[in-house]
Write a protein that binds this ligand. Sequence first.
Ligand code: HEC
Ligand code: HEC
Ligand code: HEC
Ligand code: HEC
Ligand code: HEC
Ligand code: HEC
Length: 417
Amino acid sequence: MLHYRLIAKKLFYILLFAVVSISGLRAQDGKALFQANCASCHNPIKQLTGPALQGVTSRVTDKALLHAWIKNNIAVLGTGNKYFNDLYVSFGKTPMNTFPNLSDAEIDAILNYVETYKAPTAAPADNGGGGTKDQENDNSLLYGVLTLILAVIMFVLLQVNSSLKKLSDDKEGIPAMEPIPFYRNKVYITFVVLILFVVGGYYVVQGAIGLGRTKNYQPEQPIFYSHKVHAGTNQISCLYCHGGAWESKHAGVPSLNICMNCHAAINEYKGEALHREDGTTVDGTAEIQKLYSYTGYDVKSGKYTEPGKSIEWVKIHNLPDHVYFNHSQHIRAGKVQCQTCHGNITEMSEVKQFAELSMGWCINCHRNSKIDFPDSTGAGNKFYSIYEKFHNDLKNGTIDSVTVEKIGGTECQKCHY
Ligand code: HEC
Ligand code: HEC
Ligand code: HEC
Ligand code: HEC
Ligand code: HEC
Ligand code: HEC
């Protein structure tokens, strides 16, 4: 019996070690934390809404101060710190979010990611039209290797254990039993089944949660329509084509007559070379021709000579039916930028799903985003003047801002039908 207890004890420590090391790795996942919390305003090496973050640990050598800033920049500005107040002014007094929920270890992981970040190398003969494939932040290989190593260690320990037992038995003169081959040994079989159960369970659960999630989905569209050319180079406003986003739940995709507002006249593409994600070159003029074939437009006569066909754009973003998401609520009331949720569309030749669209993604943002709460001067969204309690708390200084969570943005029925 002692034998089993010993093994059980060892197994317990091994599993404990595995759990601790895996959760340790999780906590240190600076890239994921950065992308979830900071990437909407920061890039490690490019200035966006906020400064490029690389080198910040040498610009601000006081680590405690830096942590304090990231957790609550408003408080640091309040202390009159010169460096941060100057920075704030030089960024046009753009406020940064506060992150009271980030632990010191998490902030260190983010800073470490930022400082060790290297620019992705662009594909050859490609001036930025793609090629910077976001490397999937995938730890499954790591987990696999870890599991394997642990299994080997366990096997070795078991062997040692049985040899030791044999030794001690020999010493005490207990006659050795007929050795059982390991594949019939119940202990081994139990362990193998256990390991298969744990590993299998992990992947089944992960797979089930991920079902229907399509981060990075980037299908080929019937016409190579480039957001980089239209919304980037030619600065066409998102709302010109996706006007629905301002008024309604759906942003919508424009009908082809909106395209023809311009393309009745623009029948050639003379801009910089276009590339698909796989590096192949695209003939823009031929793509505009495709647009004409859908609309039945004849360039020579300048008339619509054939009946138009509808075009089947491949839908990229797709929330499950049990979720309610409303664009105007976010863009108009919440003043959230399209890019925060859809990434840098103006750099994309082909649209790619940027956010995970998971429940955690929505909730995290609701925890961290402030709403446009009326301040003491009355500026802000008047609708929220119904929340009298928050007004008083703001006045007393008990709180410094109101997040979406506080107005109920994490209640189940707000997002679920
Ligand atoms: C809503 C946009 C926004 C978000 C989100 C955001 N920041 Fe900032 N950050 C800024 C702005 C803007 C500044 C410049 C100072 C200012 O105007 O407040 C800044 C400044 C900084 C600085 C000082 C940089 C320097 O060069 O000294 C650090 C460090 C920083 N942010 C870290 C972070 C981290 C870490 C996160 C994520 C946990 C984050 N920020 C999320 C907008 C943001
Ligand atoms: C000239 C019209 C036009 C403009 C301007 C435009 N778009 Fe689009 N957008 C389209 C068309 C057409 C599609 C469908 C084809 C595709 O996915 O590339 C689309 C698709 C999208 C999608 C993916 C929809 C899906 O299937 O899930 C997103 C997100 C998007 N646009 C965001 C933006 C943002 C953000 C801007 C501004 C920076 C913008 N668009 C500007 C025409 C436009
Ligand atoms: C507000 C004007 C405008 C609208 C609306 C517009 N385009 Fe364009 N389009 C342009 C301009 C400008 C160019 C670039 C011409 C150049 O650089 O020579 C262009 C280029 C293109 C090209 C070649 C480059 C590329 O992206 O592959 C295609 C194809 C195209 N447009 C399709 C569309 C489609 C489809 C729509 C409707 C969803 C549309 N355009 C709506 C102005 C417009
Ligand atoms: C708060 C995050 C968020 C913001 C901000 C946002 N979107 Fe979306 N967008 C989504 C989500 C989530 C979906 C998927 C909706 C669905 O499947 O019901 C989506 C879907 C889309 C689609 C696909 C068609 C549709 O209506 O479902 C387009 C196009 C689009 N967004 C464009 C835009 C544009 C343009 C802006 C800025 C004016 C914008 N979005 C701002 C989260 C956002
Ligand atoms: C980038 C940040 C961000 C993300 C991501 C985001 N939201 Fe929001 N959401 C907001 C803000 C800001 C508001 C507050 C708008 C306002 O002032 O009424 C809001 C409000 C809402 C509300 C109304 C809450 C209330 O109490 O009135 C709903 C519902 C909602 N969001 C659903 C979603 C869903 C579903 C998703 C994910 C698919 C999502 N949001 C993702 C920022 C975000
Ligand atoms: C801010 C919006 C939001 C709120 C609040 C919210 N959910 Fe969700 N929920 C989502 C989104 C988005 C998904 C779809 C995630 C996906 O497709 O992976 C989802 C999915 C789910 C699922 C399906 C399982 C899954 O992960 O796909 C369940 C169950 C669920 N939510 C329960 C709840 C419960 C219970 C609450 C209240 C405690 C809640 N939700 C509050 C946005 C929200």
